[in-house]
Design a protein around this ligand. Structure first.
Ligand code: GDP
Ligand code: MN
Length: 429
């Protein structure tokens, strides 16, 4: 304090200036104390129950769905119409041209992909390289449940600017585990198929969802990495990004980054929430006091989804794009909870997706201020997109474009902004 007093006096040379410096110092200190206190505060089961009961939604009771969707899209466009560039007041690292000693963060680009999708993945990689990775040359890890063909390897190596790694998933990890009851599996998928749920009867899709939810980060070849950026075939990246995105995650202590947030088909996750709430009531100590509870339990825009999923809004980060810290999944809370999900069997009896699973895990067990909406990364996976207003973007769509009007009601980003972001965070672009 003495040091700071001298510093303030020297810096400002006036009593008023020094006192202003003290004020801002006090605000920072208060924020820090609240944050560290929260870090160690444990919730009780009663508090968890209360946190998971949705209240004080922004729309008055009885507002028609069309009005809600219209208001939400208006809000979406308003937020995205702001002209942006790079994040402000955040730690950013830019690699300088000609810097040959640049040290990379501990991270990999990552793609689970089939040999047959070579053309689609090459198209995605080209765009990611052109908009960002050409400068950094982060490595790329390709994973598959079969051996990659020489043709696939040659194709991707032609477009990756960094090191390339391949990893074949052991059958013991990829395939349906032994605890899955064949009769329950059969009746479960019959129900989904009768309701025309996509991919219901495709076992490999269930394998993929389970693998992406709780297994990929345990692969031998991924153990050495902390951060990953997931890339899918046939997606588009259309804005230039100059800073080191992985160091951005690291230096700002972020856990999870996303671009698009959506609702889900409730039948695919009918009992995910019940299984999760049971787990959280038995282990309230894992739930983060600053979790994204309202976003997870919102019931105004698509009550049919929230009710169908037993109180879970079905809102999720669309995980075909994600930039995240695997140590979060490797941690105790997520691991124990994932074990409970495995025991319940919903990856097969229903069709729990890795997007809702990652999102519920992050939303409950992590501080919501460690989740970052990458507003500056232009991203498209049909039919949805994140379309920033920035000179760094090249696209035919207007800023704030989301999707064709018939799926506007699927947009959950407005809820993320309303219920999980602070004004301060919104002003960081
Ligand atoms: P959608 O986006 O939900 O329609 O699903 P996708 O078909 O795009 O699959 C999601 C990701 O998993 C993509 O990167 C696919 O390449 C990958 N994927 C899906 N099924 C399999 C599979 O059976 N084997 C492999 N190796 N990759 C798969
Ligand atoms: Mn896809």
């Amino acid at each position: 304090i003495l040091g700071f007093t001298l510093h303030a006096a020297r810096e400002t040379q006036t009593l008023k200036g020094a006192s202003q410096m003290f004020d801002s110092y006090r605000t920072d200190l208060q924020g820090y104390i609240t944050k560290t206190a929260n870090k160690h505060k444990k919730m009780t089961a009663e508090e968890v129950k209360r946190a998971l009961t949705f209240k004080n939604g922004v729309f008055p009771e009885g507002t028609p769905k069309e009005t809600i969707v219209e208001e939400q899209m208006k809000f979406h466009r308003e937020v995205l119409s702001k002209k942006i560039d790079e994040p402000k007041n955040m730690k950013l690292v830019h690699k300088q041209d000609g810097d040959t000693d640049y040290e990379l963060a501990n991270a990999t680009l990552l793609s689970l992909v089939r040999n047959s999708e070579l053309e689609g993945i090459v198209s995605s990689i080209r765009q990611l390289e052109e908009t960002w990775n050409w400068r950094y040359n982060y490595p790329f890890t390709f994973i598959n449940d079969e051996e990659f063909t020489p043709e696939f390897k040659k194709g991707v190596e032609e477009v990756c600017s960094g090191k390339v790694y391949y990893e074949v998933i052991p059958k013991s990890i990829w395939e349906k585990p032994a605890n899955i009851d064949p009769a329950l599996y059969k009746s479960g998928i019959a129900k989904l198929a009768a309701n025309k749920v996509n991919y219901a009867s495709l076992e490999s899709y269930h394998n993929m969802c389970r693998f992406n939810s709780g297994w990929f980060y345990r692969l031998e070849g991924l153990k050495k990495f902390k951060y990953y950026w997931r890339v899918e075939p046939n997606v588009n990246f259309f804005c230039k990004v100059d800073y080191d995105v992985f160091k951005f995650m690291r230096d700002n202590e972020l856990t999870y980054g996303f671009t698009v947030s959506l609702y889900d088909e409730p039948l695919t996750v009918e009992t995910l929430w019940k299984t999760t709430v049971d787990f959280c009531l038995a282990h309230p100590e894992y739930v983060h006091p600053n979790g994204a509870f309202k976003w997870l339990t919102e019931n105004q825009q698509n009550p049919h989804s929230t009710n169908g999923a037993g109180g879970y809004s079905t809102c999720h980060f669309w995980s075909n794009f994600e930039i995240a810290d695997m140590d979060f999944y490797r941690g105790e809370a997520y691991s124990k909870w994932f074990d409970a999900l495995e025991a319940a069997g919903g990856f097969y009896y229903e069709r729990w997706g890795d997007a809702p699973v990652h999102s519920v895990g992050v939303g409950l067990f992590e501080d919501k201020s460690k989740v970052w909406w990458f507003r500056d990364i232009g991203y498209h996976h049909s039919p949805y997109e994140n379309s920033p207003h920035s000179d760094k973007c090249s696209t035919d769509h207007e800023p704030g474009y989301f999707a064709p009007p018939d799926v506007y009601d699927q947009n959950c980003l407005p809820n993320w902004i309303r219920y999980s972001m602070t004004q301060k965070q919104l002003n960081m672009y």
